[in-house]
Design a protein around this ligand. Structure first.
Ligand code: PBG
Length: 334
């Protein structure tokens, strides 16, 4: 076997480059900065300032005022963007998720409040119906519970237009319907939003790691069945490349791989194959596992947080969507 590096000991002692902090820093292949972080933030439509989410220790749902204050902190910390996820009053949910199209709803209200507070921070909005439907699915369902593709896309493009109109910089379809990126892109173009960016949740897997998120947005008890007829099979990797290729062709500016840590191989393949901005989502279950083990004293939580965030950069991600964004940015001295 030939190797590009003749590694003869003692001429080569790899430990020489590990002997102290300064040389380790100097030779580091990846770096993590606050500019790599997208703050994943849950907002709610009630009066209470902050409501803890028990399955995600340390995470609180914020009301509109708190969310605006958080946007100011993001700006100070050098966090470039915030991704907002809504928890709405269950009385406002219905079969069709019609609250998603309310121009005075929670998301448009939060976008405006955040943009007023910190216009320099990018706002990313999830395009999907699950926070708004009584059944907890990302789209419209037929009488058998099957999620309808084209009918759902037709609503999603309206939702995306509403978000763009309220001031969202990036719309991020997370629903996994076929063809929705194209539908949203044409709708944006036709309605004067040609600069609105699309970050597609292109390779999104049907994952158990989203468990705590259901409590966070209040769809825990609602979900009927699972999402395996639209989200990807965790067994597949070629399929992720087809998903990404399609979304790029339909007009996505950036793509996401989700969940994060169990899918680093997908982050690597996507970023190498397509060479476009590729983000990883460190999802609720990943956050919860780290927090739970840390609370039990089984791991050093901060250390593991930073190690996982860096691993996304090492795998080729342009950045990470994470519930740890504020804590990590503080630690990075942002
Ligand atoms: C759904 C959506 C989900 C998440 C973001 N958008 C859940 C799902 O697909 O079931 C998960 C986020 C997380 O777990 O942190 N549109």
């Amino acid at each position: 076997m030939t190797t590009p590096f003749p590694q003869t000991f003692p001429a080569t002692r790899l430990r020489r480059l590990r002997q102290s902090g300064w040389i380790r820093n100097l030779t580091a292949e990846s770096v993590l900065t606050p500019a790599d972080l997208i703050w994943s933030m849950v907002v709610h439509d009630g009066d209470e300032a902050r409501i803890p989410v028990s399955a995600m220790p340390g995470l609180e749902r914020l009301n509109v005022k708190e969310a605006a204050a958080a946007a100011k902190r993001a700006a100070k910390l050098g966090i470039p963007a915030i991704a907002i996820f809504p928890h709405i009053n269950p009385d406002r949910k219905d079969e069709d998720g019609s609250e998603s199209l309310n121009p005075d709803g929670l998301i448009p209200t939060v976008i405006k409040a955040m943009k007023d507070a910190a216009p320099e921070v990018g706002i990313i909005c999830d395009v999907a119906l699950d926070p708004f439907t009584s059944h907890g699915h990302d789209g419209l369902i037929d009488e058998t519970g099957y999620v309808l593709n084209d009918e759902t896309s037709a609503v999603l493009l309206e939702q995306a237009l509403l978000q763009a109109d309220a001031g969202a910089d990036i719309v991020a379809p997370s629903d996994m319907m076929d063809g929705r990126i194209g539908a949203i892109r044409s709708a944006l173009e036709e309605n004067g939003f040609s600069n609105t960016m699309i970050l597609s949740y292109a390779a999104k897997y049907a994952s158990g790691f989203y468990g705590p998120y259901r409590e966070a947005i209040g769809s825990a008890t609602a979900l009927i069945g699972d999402k395996k007829t639209y989200q990807q099979n965790p067994a597949n990797t070629d399929e992720a490349l087809r998903e990404v290729a399609m979304d790029i062709q339909e007009g996505a500016d950036m793509v996401m791989v989700k969940p994060g840590l169990p899918y680093l191989d997908i982050v690597r393949r996507v970023s190498e194959t397509f060479a476009l901005p590729t983000f990883a989502f460190q999802v609720s279950g990943e956050y919860a596992m780290i927090q739970a083990a840390a609370q039990n004293g089984w791991i050093d939580g901060e250390r593991v947080m930073m190690e996982t965030l860096l691993s996304f950069k090492r795998a080729g991600a342009s950045g990470v969507i994470t519930y740890f964004a504020e804590t990590a940015a503080q630690k990075l001295g942002g």
